[in-house]
Design a protein around this ligand. Sequence first.
Ligand code: ZN
Ligand code: MN
Length: 131
Amino acid sequence: MEGIERSRKRSRQREEILAVLRSTKEHPTAAMLHTAARRRIPRLSLGTVYRNLDVLEEMGLVLHIRNGNAQDRFDGDVSPHYHFVCDACGAVLDMPLPYRPELDEAAAREGFRVRGHRLDFHGTCPACSKP
Ligand code: ZN
Ligand code: MN
């Protein structure tokens, strides 16, 4: 009985984290997700958020954007799309360019079995570029 309760609690936490992630275009950090999800689950710990993000990534429901020196970001939109990372404000934005399957095909011609590709543009976002 305890086990069932625990697994219910776990899946509720996972669903809440996924719901928060799917409700935003901000590509939040784990800490940002933790703050937002705690409104619904007050006792949620940051460690639990990280563990759930790992599980959700493994399930293919979450995109993990590894960000070099900056904090990693997470995306609830797992459709193929590109990102822009702003050097000035740190924002991670969706890049409104179509996915380029010809890059996958070109890589496949080099003998690789290609599942897909990801592309992050870097520079200054439109808001930070304004004089
Ligand atoms: Zn910016
Ligand atoms: Mn995105």
